[in-house]
Design a protein around this ligand. Structure first.
Ligand SMILES: Nc1nc2c(ncn2[C@@H]2O[C@H](COP(=O)(O)OP(=O)(O)O)[C@@H](O)[C@H]2O)c(=O)[nH]1
Ligand SMILES: Nc1ncnc2c1ncn2[C@@H]1O[C@H](COP(=O)(O)OP(=O)(O)O)[C@@H](O)[C@H]1O
Length: 188
C-alpha cells in the first residue's frame, strides 16, 4: 500500500486555516486530520479527540517526558500544542495523507523532518486589518488573547517565504477551490 504524505497548513490566528482545512477534509478523499494535543481551553462547539486532544499541563508534560511528540510548541503564553507521533503513524500507515493545522514554527519543523513527503502551505490574510476583523467576528478570544494573537501575526507573516506555497484567503470560495487544487496536485 502507498504510504500517505503530509500537508501542513499554517497561518496567523484568524487567517482562515481551520476553515480551509475543514473544507478540504469534507470534500477530498484519503486525507485525515492530525488531531493535536493542547492545554488551551476548549471553545464552544469543539470536541475532544476531534478538534484537539485537550490535556492538562501535567498530562502534556508527561507526554513530552515519554517522547510522544513529533514536535510541540508553547504557542501562546501558557499554552502547549503538539503533534503526536502515534497520530501521524496511524494515518500514514492506513495509506491516507495527513493534513495539519499547526503554527509556523511547528510547520517548518515538520518540513525539516519529512522533506519532499511534506507540503507546507501558508494561508495569508488580505491584510492585518482583515485578520483583526475576522478574529473579532469569530468571537472566541478575550481582549488579552486577541492582542497576543495579533502581536504574533506580524512575526509569522515574515516566515511566509519559507513555505512551499502561499495561499491568499480573500474571497472564501476562491480560497477553498485553490486549497483543494493545491492538495490534489501534491497527492497526484
Ligand atoms: N506547533 C504546533 N502548533 C499547533 C498544533 N496544533 C495547533 N497549533 C497552532 O496553535 C495555534 C493556536 O491554535 P488555536 O488555539 O486553535 O487558535 P486559532 O489558530 O486562533 O484557531 C495555531 O497557530 C495552531 O495552528 C501543534 O500540534 N503543534
Ligand atoms: N475568506 C474569508 N472571508 C471572510 N471570513 C473568513 C474567511 N475565511 C475565514 N473566515 C472567518 O474568519 C474567522 C477565522 O477563521 P478560522 O478558520 O477560525 O482561522 P484560523 O484557524 O486561521 O485561526 C472565522 O470566523 C471564519 O469563519
Amino acid at each position: 500500500m502507498k504510504k500517505g504524505k503530509l500537508i501542513v497548513f499554517s497561518a496567523p490566528s484568524g487567517a482562515g486555516k481551520t476553515t480551509l482545512v475543514k473544507h478540504a477534509l469534507e470534500t477530498l478523499e484519503n486525507i485525515k486530520f492530525s488531531v493535536s494535543c493542547t492545554t488551551r481551553e476548549k471553545r464552544e462547539g469543539e470536541v475532544d479527540g476531534k478538534d484537539y486532544y485537550f490535556l492538562t499541563p501535567d498530562e502534556f508534560k508527561a507526554k513530552i517526558a515519554d517522547d510522544k511528540f513529533v514536535e510541540y510548541e508553547e504557542v501562546y503564553r501558557d499554552n502547549f500544542y503538539g503533534t503526536l507521533k502515534a497520530e501521524v503513524d496511524r494515518i500514514t500507515t492506513e495509506g491516507n495523507s495527513v493534513i495539519f493545522d499547526i503554527d509556523v514554527i511547528g510547520a517548518l519543523n515538520i518540513k525539516r523532518l519529512y522533506g519532499d513527503e511534506c507540503l507546507t502551505v501558508f494561508v495569508n490574510p488580505p491584510s492585518l486589518e482583515t485578520l483583526k476583523e475576522r478574529l473579532i467576528s469569530r468571537n472566541t478570544e478575550s481582549e488579552d488573547k486577541l492582542k497576543q494573537r495579533l502581536d504574533k501575526a506580524g512575526i509569522e507573516m515574515e516566515k511566509a517565504a519559507e513555505f512551499d506555497i502561499i495561499l491568499l484567503n480573500d474571497d472564501l470560495a476562491t480560497a477553498k477551490e485553490k486549497t483543494n487544487e493545491i492538495i490534489t496536485d501534491f497527492l497526484k
